[in-house]
Design a protein. Structure first.
Length: 343
């Protein structure tokens, strides 16, 4: 089983997202005649050494604390030592941290090298590696330094998820729930009809969910590659999620997104947009997938962190609110309005 989704790139051939049994045909996707350098983390390297070891490679440490300019600088030095030049192709192999850093380094080394991804986590397959956002954190702020530049391809082999710890699998599901809430009510309903265990074990169900989530993102990115309008909808739940991540190291990104979805559902309900019944549906699905409903962080602390989000504009922050399941809109909140939020 294999699905290919094209993500349009202005002035270039489309970026391809290939979902299914693809890891064993990796060479078919690499550009002919180009040298390949793989960027991976230490865990992924040891898990897939027979594949990665066939190429030159650079390794980074594990975790969000390695997603920094210092890591990018280290990689620039290693690429120079390897003699990487403009004929080199960069392959990011790993989860969202790896693909974010690999895309950023490829986009900036020698003013830009072509690159592609093998996404090894569910979160990377449905969100982090798709759509061309590449970047690193700075001074504790998520993705504060980065670029818009789409990969030539993203390979999403569901067999790579078999060894994914359940906590990370659940965290990836949060981004699929988010996609359904943005623009695919039928995708959201899959989570109402199926259990976490079914998503974990039913390959056809997971393929359907991943494919639909990528379609939601690809359609939006094609309309607004650099986030001037509709692409902001992909930040549903993320304004609160980034505040949670800024305030605590307890949560994985997908867990923070789940918390953010619950909070934005409550805010949407308070603003008379989302029905109480739909707000309950969202909380129920988040809980059913084994994801946290709240952070335990004091609301004033979250609101203060939220006002420093990189997406703020002057004295306001754009929130993505919900009219219903599968229907969102963007509304700016002034800092004064933010200070008055009660959830």
């Amino acid at each position: 089983m294999k699905q290919t989704i094209e993500v349009q790139r202005p002035g270039k051939s489309p970026s391809r997202v290939v979902i299914g049994d693809v890891i064993n045909s990796l060479e078919n996707y690499l550009p002919e005649g180009k040298r390949v350098v793989v960027i991976a983390d230490e865990h992924v390297f040891h898990a897939y050494r027979p594949i990665i070891g066939a190429y030159d490679y650079c390794l980074i440490g594990l975790g969000e604390t390695n997603k920094t300019l210092a890591t990018a600088q280290k990689l620039y030095g290693e690429l120079l030592a390897l003699g990487a030049d403009r004929s080199t192709f960069i392959l990011g192999f790993g989860g969202g941290i790896v693909t974010d850093i690999a895309g950023f380094v490829a986009s900036t080394y020698m003013r830009g090298l072509p690159f592609g991804f093998v996404a090894s986590t569910l979160l990377a397959q449905v969100d982090a590696s798709v759509g061309g956002k590449n970047g690193v954190n700075f001074e504790g702020y998520k993705n504060m330094v980065g670029t818009f530049n789409q990969p030539d391809f993203v390979l999403c082999d569901l067999s790579l998820l078999q060894t994914l710890p359940e906590r990370e699998f659940r965290a990836g599901l949060a981004e699929i729930v988010k996609a359904g809430l943005i623009a695919d009510s039928g995708l959201f309903e899959l989570f109402e009809r199926h259990t976490l265990q079914e998503f974990r074990t039913d390959r056809a169900l997971l393929l359907d969910a991943v494919t639909r989530a990528v379609h939601v993102k690809a359609d939006i990115v094609a309309r607004d590659e650099q986030e001037h309008g509709d692409r902001r909808k992909l930040n549903l739940g993320h304004t609160f999620a980034h505040a949670v991540e800024k305030s605590s190291r307890e949560f994985l990104h997908g867990e923070a997104v789940a918390i953010g979805l619950v909070m934005i559902a409550a805010l949407s309900e308070q603003n008379g947009m989302l029905s109480p019944a739909d707000a309950v549906r969202i909380r129920t699905v988040v809980e059913k997938m084994g994801l946290p409903l709240a952070s335990g962080i004091e609301l004033p602390r979250l609101l203060q962190a939220l006002k420093l989000d990189k997406k703020k504009e002057s004295k306001s922050v754009n929130f993505v609110l919900m009219n219903g399941v599968g229907d969102c809109l963007i509304r700016p909140f002034s800092f004064d309005e933010i200070d008055k939020i009660v959830l």
